[in-house]
Design a protein around this ligand. Structure first.
Ligand code: NAP
Length: 260
């Protein structure tokens, strides 16, 4: 299937690793020019060189998504390099695990900046460029936590829902020139899942990393956690021409774990 992405420009935030990286790689493999970002220069450089053989060009921009001026500079750098923006994929870092009792105001506001305001700042700066594109798309990477709470992740459970509100709103307000969708990843084997399993080992929930992986997989009908590469291909599909009538959806990619 031709995704119709060849020569397009895609900005993918939080993309030097994990699900953002997989999404950027899938878009670049389909021929899009891709801008990736992250805070750590070494990780960003490693991601850029891993994508060196893709048909699309890759630009890596060091960015902290919790700083609005850096987000604006990221969008400016994308437009300066590639002349416009056709697709935006938003992701962000994970927020700290914890329960209601563990979580202070600073953590709540920090999670809001990381998860919600980073999307708001990115879309505010990118929207004029997406509007100029004949095929502008926004795809927000969130979590199954927006549909069903995940144990010991109160910040993700509560705050991420704001991103769904943004996507559902702009899918109507910015149509027909821009399509907007969300993707709800279930467990995928990335650094984030390693971090959550290690926190579980510290709490005494798991005896080992493998036991943690098995526990996450046991809740999934397909009996395994996800491969980030396949997740990235779903994101590239949502941005593509064949998905041109898909707008305003919140698509779980979770092996069937969500029941609702
Ligand atoms: N993996 C899963 O199973 C899963 C499931 C559901 C939801 N999610 C969510 O999906 C998102 C991505 O997860 P992941 O598994 O791909 O995580 P990951 O492998 O840890 O990657 C996170 C990426 O975000 C970048 N990043 C983090 N904070 C940033 C900031 N303030 N500014 C710019 N870049 C930043 C990181 O680079 P630097 O640290 O160098 O900045 C890295 O490139 C997270 O919000 C996570 O909670 C993941």
């Amino acid at each position: 299937m031709d995704l119709g992405l060849d020569g397009d420009t895609a900005l993918v935030t939080a993309s030097s690793s994990g699900l953002g990286f997989a999404s950027a790689s899938a878009l670049a493999a389909a021929g899009a020019n891709v801008v990736i970002c992250g805070r750590t220069p070494e990780r960003l450089a490693a991601a850029e060189s891993e994508m060196a053989d893709t048909p699309g060009e890759v630009l890596a921009v060091e960015t902290d998504l919790t700083a609005p001026t850096e987000v604006e500079a990221l969008v400016d750098a994308t437009v300066e390099s590639f002349g416009g923006i056709d697709h935006v994929v938003t992701s962000a870092g994970g927020v700290p695990p914890g329960s209601f009792e563990d979580t202070d105001d600073q953590a709540w506001y920090g999670a809001y900046d990381t998860l919600v305001m980073s999307v708001v700042w990115t879309l505010r700066a990118a929207r004029p460029h997406l509007t100029e594109s004949p095929k502008g798309t926004v795809t927000a990477i969130t979590s199954t936590s927006v549909a069903e709470p995940i144990e010991n992740l109160i910040l993700s459970n509560a705050v991420r829902r704001g991103v769904i509100g943004v996507i559902k709103s702009v899918a109507r307000d910015w149509a027909p020139s821009i399509r907007a969708n969300a993707v709800l990843p279930g467990a995928h084997e990335t650094a984030r899942i390693e971090e959550l399993i290690e926190a579980g080992i510290e709490r005494g929930d798991y005896e080992s990393y493998q036991a943690g992986l098995d526990d996450w997989a046991s809740a999934i009908p397909l009996d395994r956690i996800g491969d980030p590469t396949g997740f990235g291909q779903v994101v590239a599909f949502l941005a593509s021409e064949p998905a041109s009538f898909v707008n305003g959806v919140a698509l779980p990619v979770d092996g069937g774990r969500l029941r609702g």
